[in-house]
Design a protein around this ligand. Structure first.
Ligand code: B12
Ligand code: SF4
Ligand code: SF4
Length: 296
């Protein structure tokens, strides 16, 4: 269920035990940072980008915040030992955030807060001090299952269980080869990540933007422009943002795929250019998209 993200299978006991990762840990302080308000409507011929990826890469922004918190703790409790985690450590952040009472795990497997919805990042600090522990929050999904029904690639085999090998976020961000044919139509106009199972969630009516994250990219981009940016100025446009993770080739592949799903014949010349590409992943994707466009 973790697709090709091999690090997820490595040493599972370490992944849910913060003590194994940071032996002096006695407490973990969990923080949630909202990143998004209302999305812009998508027009025909545009590609969609997950909201978390539109601003400066959050890893550096959040690490600075948590480090300043550790510095403060050290000043009031000299000798405090602590270690920050921001996404890429082996700590299961949703599990710890749930235990810390920040929210509950929704049926879409996101950590969900009654006040913030789920469009927030998680980060935290493990410390060697015994703090006052919070209680987990009761869950509030009730009978709702909108997120599970709305997932375009049917990635939830059960409530709170995500099959990453079917998730659009996995395909468009992490997966390196050709996207398996059975998932291509479901990916629709997503060129990086996916927000469908969050957009339909009633708790996200209250989602709020956060000026901490400086916007770099508009919420939707004409697909021709995504292709042109990825071709000519990938580093300058995408390197400051999380979109760099897909790499130039991944973004080109995703834009070609979204063109095939667009129903917009204006993309035919761009696709024709890629049919003869030396890169087999891109040329095959362009052929598939051309065929689909010519049939619609
Ligand atoms: C690998 C990864 C992915 C993989 C998914 C792997 C997977 N199966 O979860 C992919 C690339 C697909 C992915 C997608 C996304 N991700 Co991601 N991802 C991660 C990462 C790095 C590790 C997650 C992991 O290990 N998952 C494995 C499973 C087993 O763990 P888990 O999902 O955390 O589940 C725990 C809880 O859900 C709980 N739990 C599960 N079931 C139940 C049931 C009950 C009853 C209870 C009480 C608890 C419970 O226990 C589980 C662990 O023991 C984390 C950062 C981190 N270090 O934690 C970010 C993280 C989870 N991702 C995040 C985000 C924002 C996303 C996307 C929204 C990005 C996007 N827009 O495209 C999507 C959302 C997809 C979705 N619906 O979950 C945020 C989530 C914030 C939040 N509010 O929840 C995180 C925390 C990053 C961060 N630092 O902010 N992601
Ligand atoms: S992020 Fe998209 S593809 Fe992944 S589980 Fe949610 S709706 Fe499905
Ligand atoms: S859409 Fe409904 S079931 Fe899914 S997380 Fe939101 S409240 Fe829970």
């Amino acid at each position: 269920m973790h697709a090709s993200m091999g690090y997820m299978a490595k040493d599972p006991s370490g992944r849910d035990s913060i003590v194994k990762w940071f032996p002096p840990a006695k407490s973990a302080i969990l923080l949630a940072f909202s990143y998004s308000g209302k999305p812009a409507p998508v027009k025909r011929g545009e590609g969609r980008i997950a909201r978390y990826a539109l601003s400066d890469d959050y890893h550096g922004v959040l690490k600075a915040k948590v480090d300043s918190m550790l510095a403060w703790l050290e000043s009031v409790r000299p000798g405090t030992q602590g270690k920050a985690f921001v996404d890429s450590s082996p700590v299961l952040e949703r599990l710890y955030a749930r235990c810390a009472g920040l929210g509950w795990v929704g049926k879409n497997s996101m950590l969900l807060s009654p006040k913030l919805g789920s469009f927030f990042f998680l980060t935290g600090l493990a410390v060697d001090a015994e703090l006052e522990y919070d209680e987990p929050m009761p869950e509030h999904c009730g009978e709702c299952n909108r997120c599970m029904k709305a997932c375009p690639t049917d990635a939830f085999p059960a409530p709170r269980v995500l099959d990453a090998s079917k998730c659009i976020a996995y395909f468009t961000i992490e997966h390196r080869g050709p996207i398996p044919e059975g998932f291509r139509k479901g990916i629709g106009d997503w060129v990086f990540g996916c927000d469908v199972c969050q957009e339909v969630c009633p708790f996200n009516r209250f989602a709020v933007a956060n000026p901490l994250f400086v916007r770099r990219i508009p919420e939707t981009l004409p697909l021709e422009q995504v292709l042109a940016h990825a071709e000519k100025e990938f580093k300058a446009v995408f390197k400051p943002t999380p979109m760099e993770r897909a790499r130039r080739r991944g973004l080109l592949r995703n834009a070609l795929l979204a063109m095939g799903n667009s129903g917009d014949a204006r993309h035919i010349p761009a696709l024709e250019r890629y049919v003869t590409s030396d890169d087999e992943v891109l040329s095959e994707q362009a052929r598939w998209s051309l065929e689909r466009l010519r049939r619609t």
